[in-house]
Design a protein around this ligand. Structure first.
Ligand SMILES: Cc1cc2nc3c(=O)[nH]c(=O)nc-3n(C[C@H](O)[C@H](O)[C@H](O)COP(=O)(O)O)c2cc1C
Length: 384
């Protein structure tokens, strides 16, 4: 299996949904960055379970930072964070243990690793509980990116058939942090909430589309040809469970456009800086960041664990069977998925910023660390 991402900012996640703990080791953080459990908690609140619109599993999600800090600042050593699992109920998975769920990882994992080695309790590593480790590492990445004034934000554009309000402004997308559904405004939040409630009542689920931005990303991040920035961001986003689609800029619409419509016109901007007038390329051209806002969209499929019975085969008898999943599941994974996609974008960008030397790889000066702290405080305020 593969649990490591990144070249310079190297993130390794570990832990199973119903094991003792989840965790992450982040190597490659320069010394001198202030990191506190509050910084991690701040980002984790947006993927939290236990409220009435998402999975009912009540996890504390309490970060224990067990290495890599001295006096609250990074030393340059790996930072390890663990989250103890406190609310796993493995008995909810007894039916899944012999009836693989359609649309979930059960059957492919059994085929590759053997049924005897398959951790069906809460889906083991395939559980989205693993994404807590990504969001924790993403909090550090987001904070470190403030060295280059880059902010990663996102919101939910649509759930199932309901199209919400859209925006192309990263700062405006911070409004979504006020709504549990990650909608951009109160009206959309109301519509999303009603749809989620109807899915819960019916025992069904919906997919959704999230949009993620990076504002002020420095020009020239990316390493053509095989570590193009679009490939690394796309690849990282596609590792998120339940993601079925990724596009950036014009995305799939480009295939229906004429060259004259798709031209990303170059103009002379303020301070003689050359800009792309419409940013049709979503901040990425030639495998490199252009300095314009990076804008990507990702599609999450509907949750496969639903109460409505679906056809499967009983692994013990090989007879046709039905499964109705009654455990605690997200009716719309895209809601909590927004914060996971933000984390993945931040992890890739910070890795490239370190590779290109825009963030010092060994040490931040006291002044640099102070500016990051100030910007982080500002960001936290804007999210409220
Ligand atoms: C934030 C988040 C929460 C999720 N919650 C659930 C869930 O409650 N039940 C479920 O069956 N799948 C859930 N998933 C999706 C599964 O983990 C995923 O579909 C499964 O591992 C198979 O992987 P694949 O869909 O990427 O092929 C969630 C995904 C994310 C990103």
């Amino acid at each position: 299996m593969s649990s490591t991402l990144g070249k310079q900012f190297v993130v390794t996640t570990f832990g199973e949904s119903h094991g003792q703990a989840m965790g992450v080791v982040v190597d490659g953080i320069p010394a001198g960055l202030a990191i506190s459990p509050d910084d991690i908690r701040f980002e984790l609140q947006f993927r939290k379970t236990g409220n009435y619109l998402v999975s009912g599993r009540r996890e504390a999600d309490e970060p224990e930072i067990i290495s890599g800090l001295f006096n609250g600042r990074t030393t340059g050593a790996p930072v390890a964070i663990i989250f103890r699992n406190v609310d796993a109920i493995s008995s909810l998975y007894s039916e899944v243990s012999h009836k693989p769920r359609p649309g979930h990882s059960d059957l492919p994992l059994i085929r590759k690793y053997g049924r005897e080695n398959w951790d069906y309790r809460g889906s083991g590593r395939a559980s989205a509980r693993e994404t807590i480790s990504r969001v924790a590492a993403g909090a550090i990445a987001k904070k470190l990116l403030m060295h280059v004034s880059t902010y990663v934000t996102g919101y939910l554009r649509s759930i199932g058939p309901v199209e919400g309000t859209h925006c192309s402004d990263p700062i405006r997308s911070l409004d979504s942090k006020r709504y549990q559904t990650r909608a951009l405004d109160g009206e959309t939040d109301g519509k999303f909430t009603a749809l989620i409630k109807s899915a819960m009542k019916d025992g069904d689920s919906y997919g959704g589309v999230a949009e993620i931005f990076a504002s002020n990303a420095p020009q020239g991040l990316g390493e053509p040809v095989f570590n193009k920035i679009k490939a690394d961001i796309g690849g990282a986003i596609l590792t998120i469970p339940a993601i079925t689609g990724f596009e950036y800029g014009m995305g799939f619409d480009a295939a229906r456009m004429k060259g004259s419509e798709a031209a990303d016109e170059i103009v002379r901007g303020e301070g003689d800086i050359l800009r792309y007038r419409k940013n049709l390329s979503g901040g990425m051209l030639g495998g490199l960041t252009t300095g314009e806002t990076i804008a990507v969209r990702c599609a999450f499929k509907p949750t496969s664990s639903i109460r409505i019975p679906a056809k499967t085969v009983d692994l013990d008898t090989l007879e046709p069977a039905e499964i109705s999943v009654t455990g605690r599941h997200d009716p719309v994974v895209a809601v909590r998925g927004v914060s996971v996609a933000e984390a993945m974008m931040a992890l890739v960008l910070v890795d490239h910023a370190l590779i290109s030397g825009l963030i010092p790889h060994a040490k931040l000066s006291h002044k640099e660390a102070g500016i990051i702290e100030e910007r982080w405080g500002d960001y936290v305020k804007k999210c409220q």
